[in-house]
Design a protein around this ligand. Structure first.
Ligand code: KG4
Ligand code: ZN
Length: 354
């Protein structure tokens, strides 16, 4: 089976071609990412209008390159999978319209994919992890703990009540004038910092719920910066390290609750999967990896280029959907908000990224 994936939900125009062979192995034939970072850099975040225009300008070249690099013909495609939500409306419209047109001309099935399901299933492209497993989904727009019970079958245990973790990294980086995206820059600076030199809050730590809150942490960092101007290099690294220490403590605290819940309600054999852009952070992974040895669970993460946004994960989710017979090609419409667990209750707080 050969599937083309298209991803345009945020600030990367992506197209990939995957082959799923007779031995049930997945081969990534091409995985093209055109990053718009330089176009958004001056603004310290993604500007939706700029993103949409850039997708329009680049999608044809990116898709053509993915097919050329994969050394296939369009006729050998078995399906086209496209991110149809959640994300920025303009970008989603560009990707879905392009994919619909292609599918119609080529007379191929079209599969609409939830971007978050792309992140959630990526690990199964490279490792045989079976359902159910625990997912810590940490991206620029979402921070959730879910149980992945099957394709399209999720139980949300916790979510952020304000900022997503990637957003907190990006805003903290902006406060320090470090550029965008902030995650990789903060991770690097934190390596040289003394995280114990400053103590930042750990919101919702030890509360009974598995929800997260990062906006207070972000504000505490901003206050520290404002009261210590000018910031020298040492202090800057210490702030990054202390911020990241708080983040790791919060993640571990909630993960422990989720592991306990999983052991009680599902199985003692727990697989924890980290996914999304923030999951490419090595300090976070190595801390959770250490924790996993003590607390008796397995932890998995995909390579960096499959953690951050890409179209291979969308093509893979398409393959998973085709294998399970769980897709509706006639009804691909965009959904800017699209929770994985549609039954999860609304959480308190403003700006909820459900
Ligand atoms: O999954 P992703 O590529 O896009 C979304 O679906 O949102 O995640 C992007 C987010 C950004 O906020 C970025 O700062 C963060 O992931 N990120 C990181 C790292 N690499 C990317 N955060 C912390 N450490 C990193 N190494
Ligand atoms: Zn993403």
């Amino acid at each position: 089976m050969i599937v083309l994936g298209i991803e345009t939900s945020c600030d990367e125009t992506c197209s990939a071609v995957l082959e799923y062979d007779k031995n049930q192995q997945c081969n990534i034939l091409s995985n093209i990412i055109y990053s718009q970072i330089s176009e958004h850099k001056d603004y310290g975040g993604v500007v939706p209008e700029i993103a949409a225009r850039s997708h329009i300008n680049n999608i044809d070249v990116v898709v053509q390159k993915s097919v050329k690099d994969a050394e296939i013909n369009y006729s050998s495609l078995n399906a086209i999978a496209v991110t149809s939500g959640p994300g920025l409306k303009g970008g989603l419209l560009v990707g879905v319209t392009f994919a619909k047109t292609m599918a119609s001309i080529l007379e191929k099935p079209l599969i609409g994919i939830n971007h978050l399901e792309g992140h959630a299933l990526t690990i199964r492209m490279i490792q045989k992890i079976s359902f159910p497993y625990l997912l810590l989904l940490v991206t620029g727009g979402h921070t959730q703990i879910l149980i992945v019970k099957g394709i399209g079958d999720y139980e949300r245990l916790g979510t952020t009540i304000d900022d997503a973790l990637g957003e907190a990294y990006d805003k903290t980086a902006k406060s320090l004038n470090l550029g965008y995206p902030g995650g990789p820059i903060i991770e690097k600076l934190a390596e040289h910092g003394d995280g114990s030199a400053i103590s930042f809050p750990r919101p919702l730590y030890n509360s009974k719920e598995m929800n997260f809150s990062f906006s207070g942490l972000k504000t505490a960092v901003k206050q520290e910066i404002d009261s210590s101007l000018p910031i020298n290099e040492k202090l800057r690294s210490n702030i990054c390290a202390a911020f990241q220490n708080s983040v790791i403590d919060i993640l571990e605290n909630k993960l422990q609750m989720a592991v306990d819940y999983f052991k009680k309600n599902y199985s003692n054999d727990v697989d924890v999967v980290l996914a999304g852009g923030v999951a490419s952070n090595k300090a976070i992974f190595s801390s959770i990896n250490k924790m996993s040895k003590k607390k008796n669970f397995n932890v998995h993460v995909s390579p960096k280029e499959l953690c951050t946004d890409n179209a291979a994960m969308i093509a893979w989710a398409g393959i998973e959907r085709m294998n399970s017979g769980n897709f509706h090609q006639e009804s691909v419409t965009i959904r800017t908000r699209w929770p994985l667990d549609e039954n999860a209750s609304k959480v308190r707080g403003a700006g909820v990224k459900a």
